[in-house]
Design a protein around this ligand. Structure first.
Ligand code: F6R
Length: 612
């Protein structure tokens, strides 16, 4: 999604801004731009370009950048107006005195635009952001902060903005409502970005802006107040845990591959300090005050999007199996608009890697407004969802840069397993059962490692199939959501049409598609429904389908039925998704590479979808 970087200090601002933009590339974008406050002329110089940041850099080289120690920059993911040079940010006022970068959506931009056009303002782009630049100009009477605040009071929608003005070359003005902004402080310089990864190369001292905050940054100082009040607020900087090596590729060709291989470690990080062998349970301090609420709940409703929704489906089965509490799973985008039934005893769990997904955030707010207790399962510490939920479980998977989510998924399933065991011990699980589950969870990271380093047949399977146009993914029970997730991974990065289905549903329709050109990936583990899934495989083979099975080591029968088999270690049925997804992630990755595609930046996708 769109990315923001701002800088004020003593360094060459263009270098800092371009470097920051490159660190935000993973979020997905289609154009980019920079505005510099030029030292010698006192003017603002803006260059914007559709395409890659490299194209923007080339444009700056051609145009000789001015000397500058302050500026703003942006990567845009188009919402209002097509991705071209003109619609790219920053946007300016009529006289190039004000320049602004903006994440979010100004919902009432049409009426504001008509009003301002009536006053003689000239617009050049189709964007909502340009309207905000002119609105600030409209209110500007030599006081930039006042003009920004007045403009924001007229705006409906969401924003994270940074504004510069040639009349105020020594300050950046930033404000947030619904779109994250983080400020970084160092000696004689201040940074601001929509995502901490853009600034951690320079500082680990950060301040997460809160909704309605307005920040005025000079190179040595920060002044914080609210949109509706001039009263100053004490800025609270914290030390960020993220390190530079976590957001670099570390020798891997792609972030996605690095993150797939990080899973043994990220899963250990999710578990650490939470496996309580003495009591045969899981310890989740973040939600301890809400445990009773969860145990007394009439229903638990889990809501999320995309991959997090798939993890939630597994979470439902885990919680229901160990506790008997009914659980529903809803797409966050649907939950909000269907007037969900929430009673005083309903607990809502929102699940999000980024903690910034607009639909999930809106669902959270809807649940809260109806009086539900809302818990979160989040990866990004300090994110909007993490802050707005009543309590939560951090997955601690570390920064996920690859657009296709991998390690966040397995960490979410692990978090659900821990939650289900913790609750289950107060409901259906004995000490022995709890302990046996905890002991098995402890072995999971090692088993993931085994799969990753197994010289299995994934490479040759991908060679045989990477030119195919359609794939079917089948699984049952705990592994049905894995079929959905495997199909999503393939779609996202290889642009191959893939469908995930519960294996037995296949004969109610999709079986019509089966022929030798449609590979079927079937998760066929030695679990309670093994025999049933073997029958499903036979149904495919009888129609000349090509079957790739994910099976347990030691399963001899499957070799004679499936065309190719990828073996994984055994575990308890309910934890098997954490293992069965690994080959599917690798298959999606390798197929995309064989097709020559940009794995980390798939077309049209953004890492964190901050628009509804
Ligand atoms: C798929 C993917 C998306 C996200 C979805 C929710 O690989 O990354 O489907 O899972 O956009 O994002 P979060 O979890 O950040 O709320």
């Amino acid at each position: 999604m769109c990315g923001i970087v701002g800088y004020i200090g003593v360094k060459d601002s263009l270098n800092v801004l371009i470097d920051g933009l490159k660190r935000l590339e993973y979020r997905g974008y289609d154009s980019s731009g920079v505005s510099l406050l030029c030292k010698e002329t006192g003017n603002i110089k803006t260059i914007k370009k559709a395409g890659k940041i490299k194209d923007l850099e080339d444009e700056f080289k051609k145009n000789k950048p001015c000397k500058s120690h302050a500026g703003i920059a942006h990567t845009r993911w188009a919402t209002h107006g097509e991705p071209n040079d003109v619609n790219a940010h920053p946007h300016g006022d009529c006289f190039n005195k004000i320049s602004i970068v903006h994440n979010g959506i100004i919902e009432n931009y049409r009426s504001l635009k008509n009003y301002l056009a009536g006053k003689g303002h000239k617009f050049v782009s189709e964007t909502d952001t340009e309207v905000l630049a002119h609105l600030i100009e409209h209110f500007y009477r030599k006081d930039l902060i006042d003009a920004v605040k007045k403009a924001l009071l007229r705006v409906e929608g969401t924003y994270g903005i940074v504004v510069i003005s040639s009349d105020h070359p020594d300050m950046l003005v930033a404000a947030r409502k619904g779109s994250p902004l983080v400020i970084g402080r160092s000696d004689n310089e201040m940074f601001i970005a929509s995502d901490a990864s853009a600034i951690i190369a320079h500082t680990n001292q950060v301040l997460y802006m809160q909704d309605e905050d307005v920040a005025v940054l000079t190179k040595n100082d920060i002044e914080l107040s609210k949109v509706e009040s001039a009263k100053s607020i004490d800025p609270e900087f914290v030390e960020i845990e993220m390190t530079l090596s976590q957001i670099e590729k570390g020798g891997y060709d792609h972030f996605m591959l690095k993150e797939i291989f990080e899973q043994p470690e990220s899963l250990r990080d999710t578990e650490v300090g939470r496996l309580d062998k003495e009591n045969g349970t899981a310890r989740l301090n973040g939600i301890k005050d809400y445990f009773k609420k969860l145990l007394d709940a009439d229903r638990i409703v889990i809501t999320a999007c995309g991959t997090s929704w798939h993890a939630s489906l597994i979470g439902k089965s885990l919680i229901e199996t160990y506790t008997g509490i009914p659980v529903e799973v809803d797409y966050a985008s649907e939950f909000r608009y269907r007037n969900p039934i929430i009673t005083e005893r309903t607990v809502v769990i929102v699940v999000s890697q980024s903690g910034e997904t607009a639909d999930t955030l809106a669902a959270l707010r809807e649940a809260k407004s109806k009086g539900a207790s809302v818990l979160g399962i989040c990866n990004v510490v300090g994110s909007s969802i993490a802050r707005e939920t009543d309590a939560g479980i951090y997955t601690h998977a570390g920064p996920e840069i690859g657009v296709a989510s991998t390690k966040a998924f397995t960490a979410q399933v692990m978090a659900f397993a821990l939650l289900a065991i913790g609750l289950g011990r107060k409901k259906l699980l004995s000490f022995e059962q709890g302990l046996s589950l905890i002991n098995e969870l402890e072995k999971i990271p090692g088993k993931v490692n085994e799969i990753l380093h197994d010289k299995n047949k994934i490479e040759s399977i991908c060679r045989k199939t990477y030119k195919k146009k359609n794939f079917l993914y089948l699984g049952r029970g705990f592994n049905f959501p894995v079929a959905l997730e495997g199909a999503l991974k393939l779609k996202e990065i290889s642009y191959i049409h893939a469908e995930g289905y519960p294996a037995a549903e296949m004969k109610h329709g999709p079986i019509a598609l089966i022929d030798e050109n449609m590979p079927a990936l079937v998760i066929a583990l030695k679990d309670s429904i093994y025999e049933k899934i073997i029958s499903n495989i036979k149904e495919i083979k009888a129609r000349k389908g090509y079957v790739i099975a994910i099976a347990n080591k030691g399963d001899k029968e499957i070799k004679d039925i499936a065309d190719d088999v990828i073996y994984i270690p055994e575990t308890k049925e309910e934890f098997s998704p954490i293992l069965s997804i690994i080959p599917l992630q690798l298959i999606a990755y390798k197929i995309a590479v064989m097709r020559g595609l940009d794995v980390d930046m798939p077309r049209n996708l953004a890492k964190s979808v901050t628009v509804e």
